[in-house]
Design a protein around this ligand. Structure first.
Ligand code: ADP
Ligand code: MG
Length: 245
């Protein structure tokens, strides 16, 4: 489903070059749900943006559904992204002037799906994420947890191959965080949607079967004797949790 080969990334700031990801390699199988861990500044968002085709890596290959998205032109990538990739943001990123239902429908507007079909599908997803009764309200009338449910519904409407979520529960209280996680886990099981979830929270990571971790732009491989500076995984998780403001 998703495979990274030797992915590195540098940011250029004038004459300065900052290498923030170093030779990242891993794969995620169809229907898997994995957590991407690491403390603030370790490169999680950069890696997620690369995998979602929002930026191109300076080196390496990223295969999604068998296609190397690094080789795609901007246009081809935009089409591929709309079809295969869903994204959930920490700050929800809903459009304030559209209703909840219209926000969820929007990706299908770009695909010229007829209105009645869009509406039906949006309503189904809003029911699944538990906010069908809020469909005609505006985002500002909803709590953070409710807005994230809208954003999850929106990410699913194109039936993407994989959904990337960047700290989706970062703005939510613990109880709401658990609800949102449970929704994503249920969707993962019922619809076999592949999820990659960035988080620095231990409780979130503890619920995932599979985790990968970044430290200073390097992948930390637990249990592979990655040297004296690579602590065991639980310690790294604890450290990551403490460092975050
Ligand atoms: P995380 O999501 O784990 O907190 P990021 O991927 O946001 O980490 O950032 C990794 C590193 O890359 C940090 O040192 C950050 O300052 C740097 N960085 C991120 N985006 C940019 C950018 N657009 N230009 C320059 N440096 C960036
Ligand atoms: Mg980040």
């Amino acid at each position: 489903m998703l495979r990274l080969e030797n992915v590195s990334h540098s940011f250029k700031n004038g004459s300065e070059v900052l290498k923030v990801l170093h030779n990242i390699e891993f794969e995620v199988k169809e229907g898997e749900m994995i957590a991407l861990l690491g403390s603030s500044g370790s490169g999680k968002s950069t890696l997620l943006n690369l995998m979602a085709g929002l930026m191109k890596p300076t080196e390496g290959h990223i295969y999604i559904a068998g296609q190397d998205i690094v080789k795609y032109s901007e246009n081809k990538l935009a089409v591929f992204r709309r079809k295969h990739i869903g994204f959930i943001f920490q700050a929800y990123e809903l459009i304030p002037t559209l209703t909840v239902r219209e926000n969820v429908e929007l990706p299908l507007v770009f695909q010229s799906v007829p209105r009645s079909k869009r509406r039906k599908k949006a309503m189904e997803l809003l029911e699944i994420t538990g906010i069908g009764d809020k469909a005609e309200m505006y985002p500002s009338q909803l709590s953070g947890g409710q807005q994230q449910r809208v954003s999850i519904a929106r990410s699913l409407i194109t039936e993407p191959s994989v959904i990337f979520a960047d700290e989706p529960t970062g703005n939510l209280d613990t109880k709401t965080e658990e609800e949102i996680l449970r929704i994503m886990m249920t969707l993962n099981q019922s619809m076999n949607t592949t999820f990659v979830i960035v988080t620095h929270e231990m409780e979130v990571a503890a619920q995932m079967k599979k985790t990968i971790m970044l430290r200073d732009g390097y992948l930390v491989t637990p249990g592979e004797g990655s040297g004296p500076e690579a602590p065991r995984q639980p310690e790294v998780i604890a450290l990551a949790a403490c460092e975050e403001p």
